[in-house]
Write a protein that binds this ligand. Structure first.
Ligand SMILES: NC(=O)c1ccc[n+]([C@@H]2O[C@H](COP(=O)([O-])OP(=O)(O)OC[C@H]3O[C@@H](n4cnc5c(N)ncnc54)[C@H](OP(=O)(O)O)[C@@H]3O)[C@@H](O)[C@H]2O)c1
Length: 229
């Protein structure tokens, strides 16, 4: 069977690292996307199985195009893009008080970042027989039953990110493009009290990247099940 190629953003730690490691263990050729070169290179070495580092800051549109050009020096297509990188900033506490700078930084990274990475790698994905984009969102962005006032800038960025998912799915009907919530996961972002391990958090993402039906697209999922927006 032909080896599939995957790029995971924010793969130097947390859920992204675990997704990259699981895909590499399943014989994907994995590109470990990270903005921090040292951390990204170390993660790629630790993951092994031919995983390679790719420098990519998802908040830097020019840098994304440079990353795609760098990527294309090693391989001629991309099968799976996992848009995982994300931030939750300190002081993201009240919709009445968040600053424009905090809001803009959060939206640039969590919402525009995944859109621009998808656009930057679109022509490489189009060369795949079964292109997939997995967009790591959050239940906190759910309008049905999600938003409760917690981390408003982050939550709004994920609500808008779900909008990015449906727009991309409409624009690229031959792709499988879905949002996924990993649950509350013990990472630097999720904290030590979170209910899920990184393995549990990564499972639904890896399923969408590798096993889900190719005709499942434009949906929001958790634990392999479609959930409301
Ligand atoms: N943990 C949870 O409970 C939870 C729940 C729902 C959704 N999620 C989502 O899951 C994803 C991964 O979160 P996590 O819990 O694994 O968080 P994490 O441990 O804080 O890791 C976040 C990753 O994203 C990277 N990143 C941030 N900004 C970036 C940028 N501009 N360019 C490239 N990489 C960037 C970080 O790189 P640096 O090391 O350089 O900062 C890091 O590798 C995020 O999208 C998050 O919103 C997490």
């Amino acid at each position: 069977m032909e080896q599939k190629i995957a790029l995971v953003t924010g793969a130097n730690k947390g859920i992204g690292y675990e997704v990259a490691a699981q895909l590499a263990a399943r014989n994907f050729r994995v590109f470990v996307g990270a903005r921090n070169e040292k951390a990204g290179r170390e993660a790629a070495i630790e993951i092994g199985n031919d995983a390679a580092f790719l420098k990519i800051d998802v908040a830097d549109e020019k840098g994304i195009h440079a990353a795609a050009a760098e990527f294309a020096k090693s391989v001629d297509h991309l099968d799976v893009l996992v848009n995982n990188a994300g931030i939750l900033l300190e002081d993201d506490e009240s919709a009445l008080e968040i600053t424009p700078a905090l809001f803009e930084t959060t939206l640039r990274t969590n919402t525009l970042g995944p859109l621009f990475v998808a656009r930057g790698f679109k022509s490489l994905l189009q060369k795949s027989k079964a292109p997939r984009i997995v967009i790591v969102s959050s239940g906190s962005g759910q309008l049905t039953d999600g938003a409760d006032g917690w981390a408003p800038a982050y939550s709004i960025s994920k609500t808008a990110l779900n909008g990015v998912t449906v727009q991309l799915a409409a624009a690229l009907p031959d792709f499988a493009i879905n949002s996924v919530c990993p649950g509350w996961v013990r990472t630097d972002m999720g904290g030590s009290k979170a209910t899920r391990s990184v393995e549990q958090g990564a499972a639904g993402i890896v399923w969408l990247a590798a096993d889900a039906p190719q005709n499942l697209t434009g949906k929001f999922l958790r634990d392999r099940k479609v959930i409301p927006w």
